[in-house]
Design a protein around this ligand. Structure first.
Ligand code: PNS
Length: 160
């Protein structure tokens, strides 16, 4: 069966937990759309163009993955790319409430769309973009939590 999925997120920045989920998606689904939220109201460290460029570079070895950005409702983006499965990563019980609400809201908006949850490798269950940024901003080592190009991009951001 050909399954086309959307893996949405802010990815500000992408970290190894995200990449672990992307790898699992690439292994199990025929097409994976990595969709970066473009939200004018939310201040981000990296611009959409920067996030897009980093993720494109990181997934260039995966022929069934493509990266784009979206504005507005996620379900409308799924309509555009003709997909009906949303993939979200679940790290811990603390993620569940927010994820459950989003899944139910998306089902309310489009009953035909399913949300599925994937669990990253154990070593990434504590990794979040928010904490990665905080540690990097304070000069801590994040090199085992993000790919090298993101480590460099964070250093550049916080130097300037
Ligand atoms: O990485 P994040 O910030 O947890 O990702 C959240 C995201 C992008 C999946 C979510 O904010 C989203 O889908 N935003 C689009 C707006 C939308 O569709 N809202 C209604 C359904 S919750």
């Amino acid at each position: 069966m050909k399954l086309r999925v959307v893996y949405p997120g802010s990815f500000d920045p992408i970290h190894n937990g995200h990449l672990d989920i992307i790898q699992r998606c690439a292994d199990h689904f025929s097409q994976v759309h990595i969709a970066i939220l473009q939200n004018e109201e939310k201040e981000t460290l990296f611009s959409v163009a920067e996030r897009l460029e980093m993720i494109q570079e990181l997934v260039k070895g995966y022929p069934n993955c493509q990266v784009s950005s979206f504005q507005g409702l996620l379900v409308e983006y799924l309509d555009q790319v003709n997909a009906n499965i949303i993939v979200r990563g679940l790290r811990a019980v603390s993620d569940f409430e927010y994820e459950f609400q989003m899944a139910m809201m998306n089902r309310h908006l489009r009953p035909g769309i399913e949300t599925i949850f994937m669990v990253p490798a154990e070593e990434y269950t504590f990794v979040s973009s928010r904490l990665v940024k905080e540690v990097a901003r304070l000069g801590g080592d994040v090199s085992r939590l993000v790919p090298p190009l993101v480590t460099e991009a964070l250093k550049k951001k916080f130097r300037s």
